[in-house]
Design a protein around this ligand. Sequence first.
Ligand code: GRF
Length: 187
Amino acid sequence: MAVLISGTGTNMMELLGACKSGELDAEVTFVGSDKSEAKGLQTAAALGVRTECFPYKEGKVVAEEAIAAMIDATATDWIVLAGFMRILSPEFVRRYAGRIVNIHPSLLPSFPGAHGIEDAWNYGVKVTGVTVHLVDEGVDSGRILAQQPVFITEDDTLETLEAKIHKVEHTIYKETLKKLFAENPAE
Ligand code: GRF
């Protein structure tokens, strides 16, 4: 699987660890980003994982062609988005239909978009959570594979809520991928 990130990459690190320990029967072919300064790229490279920054500055078409070339060259079966803040084009999604997975920090279909945790907090919901889903041509709208609720208590702040959400993400992503890979073995 390839992991695409834009930032810190804590989910990516969890997945790398799970592949290394054998908990996840998969290999990370490369970690890619739209941002050269993404902290997760350095962390992955320090662990000897192949990293790549894709040229979004030259436009989405060029960048996605580069991603696709890398996926095909490395015989990657799954594209795992872990905090990748770009919307993939319908053409790209169709090309890898059913093989792109995303994690989102809310209970979809509530609070899609770039600020799922904050939007749920500002709305004042008492239950939010984490969703792992397949990526389709919409935004955070693909088939839901797994969800886990996170309760917002009286003493929570946005920061403590973020921490609770991330903790759940780090478990649910590897567990869901484990099941997905087992149900859809590579040809
Ligand atoms: C996570 O909250 C994920 O749900 C969202 O982006 C964040 C990435 O965090 N899509 P990290 O880079 O894995 O720490």
